[in-house]
Design a binder for this molecule. Structure first.
Ligand SMILES: [Zn+2]
Ligand SMILES: [Zn+2]
Length: 69
């Protein structure tokens, strides 16, 4: 899942829905794109503290946590 972070205060939030699903980063860092394709749909990057948020880089392959407990 794509996460966004505020460059000013560090607040993080999941990317909002764009067109067909959760927005994904594309060629323009000021926008979020439809997961179905950059030419399918896009939206302006949400703002926090008066500035556009940034996409948090994925730390790597997703880890699988143990379930139950
Ligand atoms: Zn779409
Ligand atoms: Zn902020």
């Amino acid at each position: 899942m794509t996460e966004l972070i505020c460059v000013s205060c560090g607040y993080e939030q999941p990317a909002p829905e764009v067109c067909c699903g959760a927005g994904v980063p594309g060629k323009d860092p000021a926008k979020l794109y439809c997961p179905a394709g950059e030419n399918h749909g896009f939206a302006d990057m949400p703002e926090h503290c008066g500035q556009p948020m940034k996409v948090v880089a994925n730390p790597g392959p997703s880890e699988h946590k143990g379930e139950g407990g």
